[in-house]
Design a protein around this ligand. Structure first.
Ligand code: PEP
Ligand code: MG
Length: 590
């Protein structure tokens, strides 16, 4: 979907809309060192600065190596120390110094480009030599080149959390930990070459209310004279160098959106019920606990999903029991009067942080993820359960287990909980003895056996993001396969219906906490299928409430019956779009 057209100076790039909203601002190129290095000309008067930048990167690389070497010497890694010594020698080699300086001056191009080019020539020469010794030297050479490039590009690659001027982030790809660190006060929008709608990166952007467009094949920008950029997260348009007229038009549009959002927020005190009186619980999906402050403003009836793994995704250390307890207690107290569902760590898949003992699995989404990992890492699991149980003495809280594939995992998790409960009781530490336990229904085997699971837990929460991924056998983070990632596929609708029916039969509440719960077209269908609770990223609460307040449950039930008889996702989409249009709403999502 990357058509590029230009009107005078203006460049329009069509991408895939991930998160709505409009942003106008300057780009910030956030990259990793292996990415394509931009090439641009440097005016004569700036050449000295480019050369100085090069020497600074050399000095910084040398500093890194010296401190690494010192640490390794104390730890006794003699082989690694020898490698670092050879890296230090390479840094002092005239090849690394004069040759590159000369080339920057003669070519008049940016340092990283020239450096990469010169290094590329040497690498080619090295790679032709078959001698083992030189092959090893090539590796050293590549390693040190990468380190220097990393320093040269440092002003682009830093933590998103450290960005302190309003910017539109351009990146090849982002990791959930990158978006977890992003501060929405400064980050106006994300534009990436690759990312998909229900990836955890997208989920984070949505919960922070940051517009996001992906699948954009954007050009390299000059870092010294970055252009003005407009990002339209509703349509997926990215406009570089907008004309005065376009800029004016988008400024107006942005103003209008602000008014609509304010208008919608006025409904926060109103009931979440259809025009014919069907009540639905509307709760929030939370990733970072600093999102809690905004909950009241958005009118949440509690937390339907706290993705606890985000507590450490953006950090180096794993949170202690005490630290977790303080966070959970804070959550429980902040949403006082409403329940909070804390999901135990769902690590793996595309969420790793710096903690995962088997991080290098070939197939991480099908590997040791969620409850599977926690049942192996019992000490970590028990510490988390203890922290949640201790917090349960301060308000209404439930525990939710992710990635349950069948009843044995649920039983094992419950047995561990019982152990922790016994330990706490023995020490006289207070906790809610009947704390509700829930199962995420996101693996097809769990959906199909939900009647069995429902007998052994207190509630079910349908995670459609994964349910679609695992039912359709399509990676939720792969934008090239998104044509198959279809939540409206008849198989998914049947699974949701089945889980709701079985939940009702067993008298167990069923909620939907995947991204479809916030998708405007989907809401009538979910209510029609009998879902009683929707849990969505907090900025979407007023939007979803507004839609529910315009629906009739009788019509929604009829709609569900109608679409269940259809054969393809495409047919279902058409019917849902038509039903949605007939509501005549003004909302910010397309
Ligand atoms: C889901 O899979 O729908 C879900 C809510 O969990 P997550 O997006 O964190 O995998
Ligand atoms: Mg999931």
């Amino acid at each position: 979907m990357n058509e590029t057209s230009s009107h005078s100076q203006e460049i329009h790039i069509a991408g895939f809309p991930i998160c709505p909203g409009i942003a106008i601002g300057k780009p910030f190129f956030f990259s990793v060192v292996d990415e394509k290095i931009p090439e641009f000309s440097v005016p004569d008067e700036e050449i000295d600065k480019e050369v100085a930048r090069y020497y600074k990167a050399l000095r910084n690389s040398q500093k890194d190596l010296l401190s690494l070497k010192k640490r390794l010497q104390t730890e006794g890694g003699s082989e690694a120390v020898a490698i670092l010594s050879s890296h230090l020698e390479i840094i002092h080699d005239p090849l690394m110094t004069e040759k590159v300086e000369e080339a920057i001056r003669s070519k008049g191009k940016n340092t990283e480009y020239v450096f990469k080019m010169v290094m590329g020539e040497y690498e080619q020469r090295f790679s032709k030599i078959t001698d083992q010794f030189f092959r090893e030297r090539l590796k050293d050479f590549q390693d040190i080149s990468r380190r220097i490039i990393g320093h040269l590009r440092k002003r682009e690659k830093s933590s998103l959390g450290s960005i302190s001027s309003r910017s539109i982030i351009f990146a090849h790809e982002l990791a959930p930990s990158d978006t977890a660190e992003a501060n929405s006060d400064f980050i106006e929008a994300f534009v990436t070459r690759s990312s998909a709608e229900t990836s955890h990166v997208a989920i984070m952007a949505r919960s922070k209310g940051i517009p996001f467009v992906s699948n954009v094949d954007f050009p390299e920008f000059s870092l010294t004279q970055p252009p003005l950029v407009i990002v339209d997260g509703r349509t997926g348009q990215v406009i570089i160098h907008p004309s005065k007229e376009t800029l004016q038009e988008y400024k107006q549009e942005k103003k209008k959106l602000r008014i609509i959002v304010k208008e919608l927020q006025k409904s926060t005190f109103l009931e979440t019920e259809t025009i014919d009186g069907y009540r639905t619980r509307l709760s929030a999906n939370i990733e970072m606990f600093n999102e809690l402050d905004a909950l009241q403003q958005y009118g949440s009836e509690g937390i339907g999903l706290f993705r606890s793994e985000y507590l450490f995704l953006a950090r180096d250390a794993f949170p202690s029991e005490e630290e977790q307890f303080l966070v959970y207690r804070n959550i429980v107290e902040k949403v006082e009067g409403h329940p909070s569902v804390i999901r135990t760590f769902d690590i793996g898949g595309d969420k790793f942080g710096n903690f995962h003992p088997s991080r290098y699995e070939k197939n991480p989404f099908l590997g040791c993820r969620g409850i599977r990992l926690m049942l192996k890492e019992k000490t970590i699991f028990k510490a988390q359960i203890r922290a949640i149980l201790r917090a349960s003495a301060f308000g209404e809280v439930s525990i939710l287990f992710p990635m349950i594939s069948g009843v044995p995992e649920l039983r094992e998790a419950k047995a561990i909980m019982d152990e922790v409960k016994a330990e706490l009781s023995a020490k006289g530490i207070p906790f809610a003895r009947n704390i509700p336990i829930g199962c995420m229904i996101e693996v097809p085997s769990a959906a199909v056996t939900c009647d069995i699971l429902a007998k052994e837990c207190d509630f079910l929460s349908i995670g459609t993001n994964d349910l679609v991924q695992y039912s359709m056998a399509v990676d939720r983070g792969n934008p090239h396969m998104s044509y198959l990632y279809t939540p409206t596929h008849p198989s998914i609708l049947r699974l949701i219906k089945m889980v709701v029916q079985e939940g009702n039969r067993a008298n167990r509440p069923v909620s939907v906490c995947g991204e479809i719960a916030a998708a405007p077209h989907f809401i009538a269908l979910l209510l029609g299928l009998g879902v009683h609770e929707l849990s969505v990223a907090s900025p979407y609460l007023p939007i979803v409430k507004n839609i529910i307040r315009h629906l009739s449950i009788v019509e929604a039930t009829q709609l569900a019956d109608d679409v269940l008889s259809l054969s393809t996702a495409e047919e279902v989409d058409k019917v849902l779009a038509k039903a949605y249009q007939s509501l005549n709403l003004t909302v910010i999502t397309t």
